[in-house]
Design a protein. Structure first.
Length: 90
């Protein structure tokens, strides 16, 4: 693989997990990655199931003080960012 200044990825039509694993691999190699059109990423399975899973995820918070987090982002770019973050050491 050739090392470029930055890799630009068009996210339209890609599955979330598969795209995130490719981005994470590039980041682990030290490559700078820019993802465009994150709002057009596909999530496999039915829309109803995806909504139920995300609603369940949004309910998770700290019992003693919910303002302490975890914070659940709604923006598609931030959902991709969190998925990639789970695949790299941080």
């Amino acid at each position: 693989m050739s090392f470029q200044k930055q890799v630009i990825i068009d996210c339209r039509g890609h599955l979330l997990g598969r795209l995130a694993s490719s981005v994470a691999k590039e980041l682990l190699n030290g490559q700078q990655v820019v993802c465009l059109r994150a709002e057009d990423i596909n999530i496999s399975g039915s829309l109803y199931r995806a909504k139920l899973k995300y609603a369940n995820f949004k309910r998770k918070h700290t019992n003693s003080n919910p303002r302490h987090g975890p914070f659940h982002q709604r923006a598609p770019a931030k959902i991709l960012w969190r998925t990639v973050r789970g695949m790299v050491p941080h």
